[in-house]
Design a binder for this molecule. Structure first.
Ligand SMILES: NC(=O)c1ccc[n+]([C@@H]2O[C@H](COP(=O)([O-])OP(=O)(O)OC[C@H]3O[C@@H](n4cnc5c(N)ncnc54)[C@H](OP(=O)(O)O)[C@@H]3O)[C@@H](O)[C@H]2O)c1
Length: 300
């Protein structure tokens, strides 16, 4: 049976490159995008490159809990299980904005929305294990987490706004969620995070033109980042491995806050409360490979 992968923010950049590469491997790709016109363009692009691909579209706005619930309901109408979830979608908000549920936009879209989505999809990921032997969750994190602090007051924008600070906090959240989740997932479901490198994508669209042109000299292609996403999603070398953090480009530091077990657990519990869900209890599966894999090799 064909594996099924759901990729958020799959209409551009790293998400599109990942979806395209996954389609080449024969996986059914489900593009979860907020703009359906862009999603349809992405589907056509994938079908042009891989005419035999199966590509499904789902509407998803991570800035709205209602939209996240509705997307999962729509997905459940079509599928009983999910093999791969790639939490890729992300945003950079230069000016302070808020999600529909009142959270600071970058915290909400880059971190809390994917946190909720992952938990809602977990029963389907678990259902894939008896069929495929495993299910995988991948988080597109960032080296920017190194600048991140956990500031509870900023979750709802109650502190002076810093775009860089808010982005860094959201990416710190991605990494801490990955580590906390690895201790909680049911057997057979794994979680991995990676830094895609500095990637030439739409995420830089609001930067002043000159700054972007200078920055671009140092950026890599979305396709290069997509190779690692696909490797982590379906590569045989990563089977059974959980709680790893990889990077397409060196260095691959992990901040002290990200490593802090108590802070990981605090953020996990707090996020459950904010997202209105019941969390998972921490467990350790002895047979799984150790947490914090350190390789940067791509094995696909
Ligand atoms: N580019 C880099 O150098 C870099 C470095 C480290 C980490 N990352 C991470 O890589 C991931 C992908 O980014 P990218 O560089 O490929 O940028 P991108 O081309 O801008 O892709 C971001 C995707 O996220 C979607 N998105 C934004 N807000 C959303 C929302 N509210 N609901 C649902 N989807 C939403 C975008 O949809 P629209 O097209 O509708 O806006 C787009 O599809 C992000 O998590 C980013 O933080 C990127």
């Amino acid at each position: 049976m064909k594996k099924i992968a759901l990729i958020t923010g799959a209409n551009s950049g790293i998400g599109l490159a990942t979806a395209l590469d996954l389609a080449r491997t024969g996986v059914t790709v489900c593009l979860a995008c907020r703009n359906m016109a862009k999603a349809e363009e992405a589907r056509q692009q994938i079908l042009q490159a891989v005419p035999t691909a199966t590509v499904e579209l789902y509407q998803l706005d991570l800035a709205s809990f209602d939209s996240i619930h509705a997307m999962v309901d729509a997905f459940k109408q079509n599928h009983k299980c999910l093999d791969v979830l790639i939490n890729n979608a992300g945003t950079v908000a230069l000016k302070q904005q808020f999600t529909q549920d009142g959270f600071e936009m970058q915290f909400g879209v880059n971190y809390l929305g994917p946190f909720l989505l992952t938990h809602l999809l977990l029963p389907l990921l678990e259902a894939a294990v008896p069929v495929s032997g495993e299910a995988r969750i991948i988080h597109v994190a960032s080296i920017a987490h190194m600048l991140g602090q956990l500031n509870q007051a900023s979750f709802r924008g109650e502190t002076p706004y810093s775009s860089v600070g808010a982005y860094a906090q959201s990416k710190l959240g991605n990494l801490m969620f990955n580590f906390a989740l690895a201790r909680r997932l049911p057997k057979g479901v794994t979680t991995q995070a990676f830094h895609p490198g500095g990637v030439d994508s739409e995420i830089w669209r609001d930067l002043p033109r000159l700054v972007y042109l200078l920055l671009r000299l140092f950026l890599i292609s979305p396709e290069r980042a997509g190779i690692m996403a696909v490797d982590l999603a379906v590569g045989s070398a990563h089977k059974g491995e959980t709680g790893g953090y990889y990077s397409v480009q060196w260095p691959r530091p992990i901040s002290r806050i990200a490593r802090d077990l108590n802070k990981q657990n605090w953020l996990y519990d707090k996020s459950c409360e904010l997202a209105g869900i019941t969390g998972l209890n921490a467990v350790v599966h002895q047979k799984e490979k150790p947490l914090l894999a350190t390789s940067t090799d791509v094995h696909f």
